[in-house]
Design a protein around this ligand. Structure first.
Ligand code: AMP
Length: 144
């Protein structure tokens, strides 16, 4: 069976991210790996109810996320050039980037920041449905 050529590891930057990356790298077995984090726009969270300009806060969140992602990448020997932070709805951005980069494997955690141990989280579930390539949901073990 053909080996994977390109994989995309999506992380929510929670404590479980290292576990997802480690397994992702092991499965990718030397193929081209990239790392992705999606930031949800603040206007999604607050539905435009706050009468103030959130763009500065959004920019700060983006640069903090980028810093965290680069640190994680460095810890796992992934080049910063292979890291990406985008703004949007996580599952659809993961699909979009995966299609654009023509990856043949997407790796996510079975659940993230809010997850229940026995269920797939909503992002992992969303990624699984409608992906144009294989998806690996790494069983993560929440710390608490
Ligand atoms: P959840 O479905 O939110 O419990 O998260 C499950 C997995 O989906 C996480 O372990 C990540 O692999 C991925 N994921 C969740 N949120 C994001 C995000 N904002 N950016 C990238 N990946 C994410």
């Amino acid at each position: 069976m053909a080996k994977y050529q390109k994989s995309l590891i999506a992380v929510d930057l929670s404590q479980e991210s290292s576990e997802v990356i480690e397994r992702g790298l092991a499965v990718s077995n030397g193929c081209n790996v990239s790392l992705l984090h999606v930031i949800e726009p603040l206007t999604f969270a607050y539905g435009g109810d706050i009468p103030m300009d959130l763009s500065e806060v959004q920019e700060q969140l983006q640069s903090q996320a980028q810093e965290k992602l680069h640190k994680l990448a460095e810890q796992h020997g992934i080049k910063t050039a292979d890291c990406q932070v985008v703004v949007g709805q996580p599952a659809s951005e993961i699909h979009r980037i995966a299609d654009e980069a023509e990856v043949d494997l997407i790796i996510v955690g079975s659940h993230g920041r809010s997850g229940l141990a026995l269920l797939l989280g909503s992002t992992s579930n969303g990624v699984l449905h409608g992906a144009n390539c294989d998806v690996l949901a790494v069983r993560v073990h929440p710390s608490e």
